[in-house]
Design a protein around this ligand. Structure first.
Ligand code: NAI
Length: 464
């Protein structure tokens, strides 16, 4: 029986390897992590991450050919293929702080593989890494391994999007793989191609050299984020001129060279990847003495920060230039709908700005646990401390509760349950202070209908 080990039971390692187990009953998949609580959750009825369709897949294969464990060494020892799916956050200190990827987790996992492996392995970079990381992994593996053991390294970046991960893993636009263009490298790659080809059409499994594959992942995320910053930049022009950003996006998106997807204006992108991967690309460009290239990509992040600040300023300005002690219902805290992930969520920055303006925030999100919201707001660097958060933030258990006695509602996440048919906005209006404002940061509401009820509505990318 072919055995796969996945190091890192997070948003990528968990779903991507659970899907391999689901699609290939004859492969034993063991997903390991150093975090005992996370593994316990994977082994319980309440999985550690929320992702539509994930429960069904895990519950169908867990204990059969899918296992979750903290015994990293044993899983490495018995595996033929090892996915490295550990986190690669932005470095917080030292060289490249705030830009370069922190590769400490990748290195620790790689050294562990070298130390405990007693047979040859195919090691697969699943994490998003800077270009040429595979070379470092190879050097570490070769310098620390037992004689006679061979390691082949493949790059296989993951393109799933949180919220649609299972759908993306079942029907990906493409699966990307890179290897050294040697007979051994190509043979190792073929083993991984054979696994994916069980459920993905072969023409969607793209192969290339290692460095192209590593860089393609950074490039894809940079291009996606750039589209969001582009439409967000246009949203500012729309608000100032009376153009409507949805109409502009529609007009542009019907050009087949541009395409309609990912042209939705919003409060700004979030998530653990876009900003981190762009900054990584910026750092790489700087290291390569390409300052103009670095500046180009950096502007995508700058525009994102500007968008969050711009929308918050609009809230304060509209509420008569002061939000001191005003109750503001913040609907949504996750970085997008259908996930409980809050990493780099625009809501965090907006809360921080509003707390600094002394607002009273009533936050509700259907999937983010209250203690996560508090933890995010008191993280170093966010700009608010524990005392301020305690004084200015209350967490609510429904949108209705958050809106009672509020002066304003701010839509931060595009959850379906905040849409017009799903929430009774008449009831909400009745429970609010007047004038009752709604700030739609996700373009999910019907402004004319809300105005009929009596709301004052401010929408991103539209003038009032
Ligand atoms: P995560 O933080 O959710 O999971 C990483 C896990 O690795 C953690 O549970 C951590 O405890 C574990 N870990 C770290 N070092 C370890 C070690 N030495 N041994 C065992 N376990 C270890 O991170 P996430 O979101 O799954 O991301 C992983 C990688 O995938 C990152 O490089 C990210 O950029 C990339 N990626 C993430 C996507 C996403 O949507 N979250 C999408 C595509 C790529």
């Amino acid at each position: 029986m072919l055995k796969i080990c996945c190091i890192g039971a997070g948003y990528v390692g968990g779903p991507s390897c659970a899907v391999i187990a689901f699609k290939c009953h004859d492969i034993k998949v063991t997903i390991v992590d150093l975090n005992q609580a996370r593994i316990d959750a994977w082994n319980s009825d309440r999985l550690p991450i929320y992702e539509p369709g994930l429960d069904e897949i895990v519950f169908a294969r867990r204990g059969k050919n899918l296992f979750f464990s903290t015994d990293v060494d044993e899983a490495i020892r018995e595996a033929d293929l090892i996915f490295v799916s550990v986190n690669t956050p932005t470095k917080k200190s030292g060289m490249g702080a705030g830009m370069a990827a922190d590769l400490a987790y990748i290195e620790t996992a790689t050294r562990r593989i070298a130390q405990v492996a007693t047979t040859s392995k195919i090691v697969i970079e699943k994490s998003t890494v800077p270009c040429r990381t595979a070379q470092s992994m190879r050097t570490i593996l070769e310098a620390n391994s037992t004689k006679g053991i061979r390691f082949d390294i493949l790059s296989n970046p993951e393109f799933l999007a949180e919220g649609t991960a299972i759908q993306d893993l079942f029907h990906p636009d493409r699966v990307l793989m890179g290897c050294l263009q040697t007979p051994e490298g190509l043979a190792a790659q073929q083993k991984l191609v054979d696994i994916y080809s069980r459920w993905i059409p072969r023409e969607r499994v793209i192969t290339m050299n290692l460095w192209s594959s590593e860089l393609s992942k950074l490039a894809a995320n940079a291009l996606l984020a750039q589209r969001i910053s582009s439409i967000n930049a246009l949203s500012a022009i729309c608000e100032a001129t009376g153009a409507d950003v949805d109409e502009v996006a529609y007009a542009c998106g019907t050009d087949s060279r541009i395409g309609p997807k990912f042209l939705k204006a919003s409060v700004g992108f979030g998530g653990s990847c876009f900003q981190k991967d762009i900054l990584n690309l910026v750092y790489l460009s700087e290291q390569l003495f390409l300052p103009e290239v670095a500046a180009y990509w950096k502007s995508v992040v700058t525009m994102n920060e500007y968008q969050k600040m711009r929308f918050t300023h609009r809230i304060v300005r509209t509420l008569f230039n002061t939000v001191t002690n005003k109750r503001i219902a913040l609907l949504g805290f996750a970085f997008k709908k259908d996930t409980g992930d809050t990493r780099e969520s625009a809501a965090i920055t907006m809360c921080s700005y509003l707390i600094q303006e002394h607002a009273q925030l009533a936050v509700y999100d259907p999937k983010v646990p209250p203690k996560q919201i508090i933890a995010d707001l008191i993280e170093p660097g966010v700009g608010t401390n524990e005392v301020e958060v305690k004084k200015h933030v209350s967490i609510c258990s429904s949108a209705y509760e958050a809106c009672v006695d509020a002066d304003a509602i701010v839509i931060c996440t595009e959850w379906d349950e905040f849409k017009m048919g799903a929430l009774d906005y008449q009831r909400i209006y009745a429970s609010m202070n007047k004038p009752a404002f709604i700030f739609d940061g996700r373009l999910i509401l019907d402004a004319p209908k809300l105005r009929e009820i009596g709301f004052k509505v401010e929408t991103i990318g539209k003038s009032t």
